[in-house]
Ligand binder design. Sequence first.
Ligand code: AP5
Ligand code: MG
Length: 216
Amino acid sequence: MRLIFLGAPGAGKGTLATAISKRHELPQISTGDIFREAVKNETELGRKVRGIMERGELVPDQLTVELVRERLSRPDVREGYILDGFPRTIPQAEALAGFQTIDRVINFRIDEEVVVRRLSGRRVCRSCGAIYHVDNMPPKRENLCDRCGGELYIRDDDTIEAIRKRLEVYERQTEPLIAYYRERELLRDIDSSRSVEHSQAQIEEILSALGSDLRA
Ligand code: AP5
Ligand code: MG
């Protein structure tokens, strides 16, 4: 299954991609995680994207597309994958269509005020990238990852200014992808304003219908 998780910042794409990836043994490919790793390791890519990400803007299309093209050429994606946060512009979607056939696009629907609450309470593990929330999904021990014991931190783009900017960029550049994929009959909506379990159940239902379609 070749899946795209589409949605506003803080909609829960990363949280659900981790859960679905584990259950279905599909690699989770998050462009945001790849860029953050590059920034952490101070690579050439990291130096290019650091400021862009901190401001909440988008990395140029060409750079992002090349990165994804390379990632999707590796053998572990043969049985499928989850693209988390890619594509986010029409040119990215068009480029992707040139080298991959996508089976489903899951659109995470959510209101802006829920997003702001989620992002302002998010904590991420510095070592393994696990995602927490101070109220909704607190770690068992304060500021320490349940999975690996790593230190939790606040993402550089989870400041109020960067959150506002990311939402504005989402509306202008990413939201048009909803119509793009709806027209191609690939889009399925989920209500992502409730619990993680509720989102997961909706996605599982979409995937089981997709499984029947693919077998037919
Ligand atoms: P990226 O890392 O993709 O960030 P984003 O799209 O802004 O999305 P987030 O990761 O913030 O949110 P999410 O939907 O994954 O939510 P999460 O599961 O963490 O991109 C970062 C930057 O990289 C971009 O701004 C850009 O600069 C660059 N970039 C990346 N891809 C690019 C591309 N294709 N082109 C160009 N540039 C690109 O959940 C959020 C919080 O809510 C967490 O605390 C979580 O615990 C909590 N939560 C989640 N689900 C629930 C729930 N159901 N109930 C309660 N709480 C929940
Ligand atoms: Mg994410």
